[in-house]
Design a binder for this molecule. Sequence first.
Ligand SMILES: Cc1ncc(COP(=O)(O)O)c(C=O)c1O
Length: 377
Amino acid sequence: MAAPLAYLDHAATTPLRPEALDAMLPFLTEHFGNPSGSHAVSRAARAAVDEARVTVAEALGCDAGEVVFTGGGTEADNLALSGVVARRGGTVVCSAVEHHAVLHATAALGGRMVGVGPDGVIDLDALAAALDDTVSVVSVMLANNEVGVVQPLAEVARVMRRAAPDAVLHTDAVQAFPWLDVATLAGPAALVAVSAHKFGGPKGVGALAVRAGTEVEPLLHGGGQERDRRSGTHNVAGIVGMAAAMRATVTGMQATNARVGALRDRLADGLLAAVPGAVETGVRANRIAGCCHLRFPGIESEALLVLLDDAGLCASAGSACASGALEPSHVLAAMGVPRSEALASLRLSLGLTTTDDEVDLALKIIPEAVARLRACG
Ligand SMILES: Cc1ncc(COP(=O)(O)O)c(C=O)c1O
């Protein structure tokens, strides 16, 4: 596979940070121990997991004992929702724009969804109306994976205190972590999920912060690791890599936001100027810095993605192919975007490694590709 000329799909996954790789390598080679054992080889692995736990706790604004390492964001979300409902009964209420990890878990638990406004922000009146004493957990993401919209968790928590004071708040901070101060913004949440591969750590490892006073029934039963909240031998290298990526992300967050935010603005403004009829989804000011979401009426995003891929540009669309028919994204549908426009959308997600040259290339290739499709259509 030739390297792409422009990779603008960092929300799907972002390259491993060198700091993470360096931290991981010894735990894939000489420090191979199982951290649950009692001898010297095990102790070296356990010390690394303990140290990583402290780093993750600081980044999530909780105590080390409140961190549960998981096999990624999907597992962390499922542990949060299923875990609370299994312990306390009741049901789940989530926003209509959640990632499928939350949406499908909510459906499986018999829960319900609350709509959002045209700006993608949760409708707080609808939330209040959906809450009652049957609700044990409310799930609202910190930042959306398709359109990057940031949700007002403090206001969500205020509504919950009035309408369902016994319910706990879970936030999926998987897309938020590279960009936002999760320790502060997720403060109102009792449960916080993150996934390493979205911020320069490896795939298949994540964490759920479970604040004291909130109990979760484990999804996985076995050896009782993670204080009986998640059994299974620790992914030591993955956990160490996640912690290293977190440390580096937090250290560089301000500078990365400024640099990537400026690139994103140049990209979005350039495309809006170059493509007649292009529309930006949502409100840019309330969006994580790496996210650019545009619609190009008159084209189909699937066809656009093929042309872009041929030209060496990796991007994505919010739509998914279900049983042969192209389905518009549930996020855009919840925001009231007309179906035909939702099917004409493009998500360009930038990251730490995004360069000026990649943005220049996108500004050249995308208007040409849209013009070509419109000429054919
Ligand atoms: C908002 C959000 N939540 C959860 C997940 C799932 O995380 P993972 O890929 O680690 O299972 C993703 C991944 O795309 C996501 O964007």
